[in-house]
Design a protein around this ligand. Structure first.
Ligand code: GLN
Length: 276
C-alpha cells in the first residue's frame, strides 16, 4: 500500500529544476484530481493503477520530457490550455506580451493579429480579456491551427478565428490595430537548444537563422502594410536582442519604440507604433 505523501517524497527527478512541483503535477494527473487534493489527503492510499501511471510519468520526466507535454496541458494567463509537441509550451515570460498589449490598446473595438499562434495562448488570453476585439491567430503548421481551434472551442471564445498562414502569406490586404508575435528567435547554434524543455519542442517554433533574428526581420518589414495608422507591433525576443529589434523597428519607421522587461529582469519584448 502506498500513500500520496510517500509517493511524493520518494520521487527522484535529479535533473529537473522543479522536481517537487513536477512530482505533484504528475501525481495529481495520475489520480485525476487537482493538486490541492494531495495536500488535503497526504495519507490517502493510491490504487495500483494510479501508482503505475504516475511511475510511467516520472520515467518520462526523468528522460527530460517537459511536464506540459506529459500532461498535454499548460496554464497560461488565466487559461488552462491543451498543448502538444508540435507547438511551443507557453511560458510565463510571454504573459508580459499580453499585459503590455492590454495596456497599450483601449478596450474599444479593435482588430488584432497574432503571428505564429501555436497553442493560441496569446490571442486566447487577449480575446478573453477584450470581448470587443476581433482577433485572428495564424500559424504555418496545420496541427497547431487545429490545436488552437480546440482550445478556442473549449474556452468558448467567439471573437477569435484561427487560420493557416506563414506570417502574413494568406492575409491579403487585411489591416490591424495591433499585431503581436512570439516568433522563433533562438540562434541556430545556440547551445541552450541542447538543454531542458526546448530539446522536446519543435525547432520551427524556436530557431530563426544564424543570429535568431530572421523571422523578426521579416515580420518587422512586412508589418506596416498590415497595420492601420497608429497601430502597434509587439514582439517577444531573446534577452540579448532588444537593441537589435528596436533598431529594426526604428529603421522601418515605427515610433514610440521601446522594450519592456520580464519578471527575470530581461528585456523580453519590444514594441513600436506606426505613425498616424
Ligand atoms: N522563450 C523560449 C526559450 O528561450 C524561446 C521561445 C521562442 O523562440 N519564441 O526557451
Amino acid at each position: 500500500m502506498t500513500i500520496i505523501a510517500s509517493l511524493l517524497s520518494e520521487a527522484r527527478l535529479p535533473d529537473s529544476p522543479s522536481a517537487r512541483l513536477d512530482a505533484e503535477l504528475l501525481l495529481a494527473a495520475a489520480l485525476g484530481k487537482p493538486r490541492s487534493f494531495l495536500h488535503t489527503w497526504p495519507e490517502r492510499v493510491v490504487s495500483g493503477e494510479a501508482a503505475e501511471l504516475y511511475a510511467s510519468y516520472l520515467a518520462r520526466r526523468r528522460n527530460g520530457e517537459p511536464v506540459a507535454y506529459i500532461l498535454g496541458r499548460q496554464g497560461f494567463w488565466s487559461l488552462d490550455l491543451e498543448v502538444a509537441p508540435h507547438t511551443l509550451i507557453p511560458r510565463p515570460d510571454t504573459e508580459l506580451l499580453v499585459e503590455t498589449a492590454l495596456a497599450l490598446v483601449p478596450a474599444a473595438p479593435a482588430r488584432v493579429l497574432d503571428l505564429g499562434t501555436g497553442s493560441g495562448a496569446i490571442v486566447l488570453a487577449l480575446a478573453c480579456e477584450r470581448p470587443l476585439w476581433r482577433l485572428i491567430g495564424v500559424d504555418r503548421i496545420d496541427d497547431a491551427v487545429a490545436l488552437a481551434e480546440r482550445n478556442r472551442v473549449r474556452l468558448q471564445l467567439d471573437n477569435v478565428e484561427f487560420r493557416e498562414s506563414h506570417w502574413f502569406s494568406t492575409l491579403g490586404a487585411e489591416r490591424f490595430d495591433l499585431i503581436v508575435s512570439n516568433p522563433p528567435y533562438i540562434a541556430a547554434r545556440d547551445p541552450h537548444l541542447d538543454e531542458g524543455d526546448v530539446r522536446f519542442e519543435p525547432s520551427s517554433a524556436l530557431v530563426s537563422g544564424a543570429d535568431g533574428l530572421d523571422d523578426i526581420r521579416l515580420i518587422v518589414s512586412a508589418a506596416p502594410a498590415h497595420l492601420n495608422a497608429g497601430g502597434w507591433l509587439l514582439l517577444e525576443h531573446g534577452y540579448d536582442q532588444a537593441a537589435a529589434v528596436r533598431e529594426l523597428l526604428a529603421r522601418q519607421g515605427f515610433e514610440a519604440v521601446e522594450s519592456r522587461r520580464d519578471l527575470g529582469g530581461h528585456d523580453r519584448i519590444s514594441l513600436g507604433r506606426l505613425p498616424c
